[in-house]
Design a protein around this ligand. Structure first.
Ligand SMILES: Nc1ncnc2c1ncn2[C@@H]1O[C@H](COP(=O)(O)OP(=O)(O)OP(=O)(O)O)[C@@H](O)[C@H]1O
Length: 157
């Protein structure tokens, strides 16, 4: 289970953003990434599945306005097995691009919706990991402020 800790600032939703290019190029390394499907829209901006055109590695890429770069500063610092992993980031003249571990599309919210219930051992199993991730975030001096089941991704490890 991985807690998505994106919800640290609610202020930055911007409807007037330009389109994200189909091929995104890191101006520092010249690595290029194809923009694949839209994973979803958060309060900071859109999140896409992307593929490194050379290595074939896939990531979840959050595209946020340059003025909300503090999010990147925070994500960069967090490293915990129950927090979605930061990979790397760069900016161009339009956006900040944040590359995160690509998680499964299944969340705790999906499981609850399809099954209607969770057993006691399952709840214990998930809550333990959830608390472990949140405790770590608190120890780093941050609060989540938007805890909901759809932000908890189920992974295989
Ligand atoms: N690392 C990831 N792996 C797979 N899908 C992701 C990942 N991060 C985000 N997503 C998908 O993209 C959507 C938008 O994510 P994002 O983190 O931008 O916003 P959010 O956490 O849903 O909302 P908010 O920005 O309000 O906290 C998510 O709901 C999820 O479906």
């Amino acid at each position: 289970i991985r807690a998505n800790i994106m919800a640290v600032n609610e202020s930055a939703h911007d409807q007037m953003q330009p389109e994200v290019a189909e091929i995104v190029i890191d101006p520092n390394t010249s690595r290029s990434y194809s923009r694949d499907e839209l994973l979803g829209q958060g309060s900071f901006g859109k999140c896409y599945k992307v593929t490194d055109l050379v290595s074939g590695d896939s990531f979840a890429m959050k595209v946020i306005p340059l003025y909300s770069c503090e999010l990147e500063e925070i994500l960069k610092k967090l490293r915990h097995k129950n927090v979605v992993g930061f990979s790397h980031s760069f900016e161009d003249d339009q956006f900040m691009y944040i590359f995160m571990e690509l998680c499964s599309r299944q969340t705790l919210g999906d499981i609850l919706k399809s099954r209607g219930t969770l057993t006691d051992p399952e709840v214990r199993y998930y809550i333990q990991q959830l608390i472990s991730g949140l405790k770590y975030i608190h120890q780093q001096g941050y609060v989540h402020r938007d805890i909901k089941l759809v932000l908890f991704y189920i992974n295989t490890r």
